[in-house]
Ligand binder design. Structure first.
Ligand SMILES: Cc1ncc(COP(=O)(O)O)c(C=O)c1O
Length: 354
């Protein structure tokens, strides 16, 4: 079997060595030494003030907490995304509005985002499949929470001009780049927003352990922090591996007319093809699966068509999201996929497309 993804995290021996720091201090949770160090080194990597960086148990909780902390009652989320983006809004008890995306980049357009902001909505734009955070125009708007789940490996992330009432969230899930296994990191536009998010992640406690707002327990463990720290410290090797495989896929796709904009994202953990029609996507899936090659429609349906959202969200027809969900397909891709497996996928893809 050639799997569609195959996570690779730092070795358990390296992790054990680092965990001895927590053990010596007998501090295993609640911002232990590794979690604090991890926040500091992530801030350096992302070139932002560490006071504005918050690591939590996963990216979904980062989004959920920020929707809770940013003062907006109604939230616009693209209909073409992973369930977590919509769940975060519903989980925070806010009104979820599902809007359509653009064909050209599978995102909410800047005009749509700025119109929603001016109407008083919070907006949760999603950067699909590892797109970089370089849309500085969006970053400057208030009440914008960017779901950049798969974009941490991108060299072009530019978080300089983030509005004080906005934030960007990256996932550290094992399938992502520079992962911690489970985890999420939020870069907040202001120290105040980061403080609110930290408080939310710790039962809404103030310094005297009185709950002064709604909260939960969303803290990152020392174990995840150890894994994440090691990934971050070893990043030059990991990023080079992703980039090298990406070039191979990019060249193949270009040659066979399969290119789409996601192929440009050197630090993204996906190979995403946009089939010409639902039928072609199905043909590719059937052909590859019959040869033990896995595929995955990462976002198989618009959220508005999923049972969990259908009755709880507000939406009209979103034809672009619907169309993309049927045609956008993930193929096997991971940083140490062998040349022979990659070649097998190339050969079978050509056959599938004949
Ligand atoms: C777009 C998007 N948002 C959010 C998430 C959730 O991330 P996590 O698994 O860290 O909660 C994912 C996970 O793949 C995702 O793809």
């Amino acid at each position: 079997l050639i799997p569609v993804f195959l996570p690779k995290l730092p070795s358990r021996f390296e992790v054990a060595e680092l965990l001895s720091i927590s053990e010596e201090q007998r501090h295993y949770s609640n911002w232990g030494p590794l979690a604090r160090q991890y926040e500091k080194e992530l801030a350096e990597y992302l070139a932002v003030d560490s006071e504005r960086v918050v690591i939590l148990a996963n990216a979904t909780l980062c989004l959920h907490g920020l929707v809770n902390c940013i003062n907006r009652d109604r939230w616009v989320v693209p209909d073409f995304t992973f369930a977590a983006s919509g769940m975060a809004v519903l989980g925070a008890g806010k009104e979820l509005h599902l809007w359509d995306v653009e064909c050209k980049n599978w995102m909410l357009s800047f005009d749509v985002i700025s119109r929603a902001v001016s109407l008083g909505y919070g907006v949760l734009p999603v950067l699909p499949f590892g797109k970089d955070v370089s849309e500085s125009k969006i970053l400057g708007l208030p009440g914008v929470l960017i779901d950049a789940a798969a974009s941490l490996g991108h060299s072009k992330n530019d978080l300089e001009n983030l509005n004080p009432q906005s934030a960007v969230v990256f996932s550290l899930h094992a399938t992502k780049v520079l992962a911690s296994g489970e985890g999420g990191v939020a870069v907040c536009g202001s120290v105040e927003l980061a403080r609110e998010l930290r408080r939310w992640s710790w039962f809404g406690f103030d310094d005297d352990r009185n709950s002064v707002g709604i909260g939960t327990n969303a803290k990152m463990s020392e174990f995840s922090a150890a894994v994440g720290l090691l990934s971050l410290r070893n990043r030059s090797i990991e990023l080079a591996e992703w980039a090298e495989k990406k070039v191979r896929v990019y060249e193949f796709c270009k040659k066979h007319g399969l290119s789409n904009f996601t192929q440009e994202f050197s630090g993204s953990p996906y190979w995403i093809v946009e089939a010409k029609s639902v039928q072609v996507a199905e043909n590719i899936t059937n052909h590859l699966n019959a040869r033990d090659i896995q595929t995955r429609r990462w976002w198989p349906s618009p959220l508005s068509k999923m049972p969990a959202f259908r009755s709880l969200a507000i939406y009209t027809e979103n034809p672009v999201a619907e169309d993309l969900a049927g045609r956008v397909l993930g193929l096997p891709f991971f940083r140490d996929i062998s040349e022979s497996d990659l070649n097998t996928v190339f050969v079978e893809m050509m056959e599938a497309l004949e």
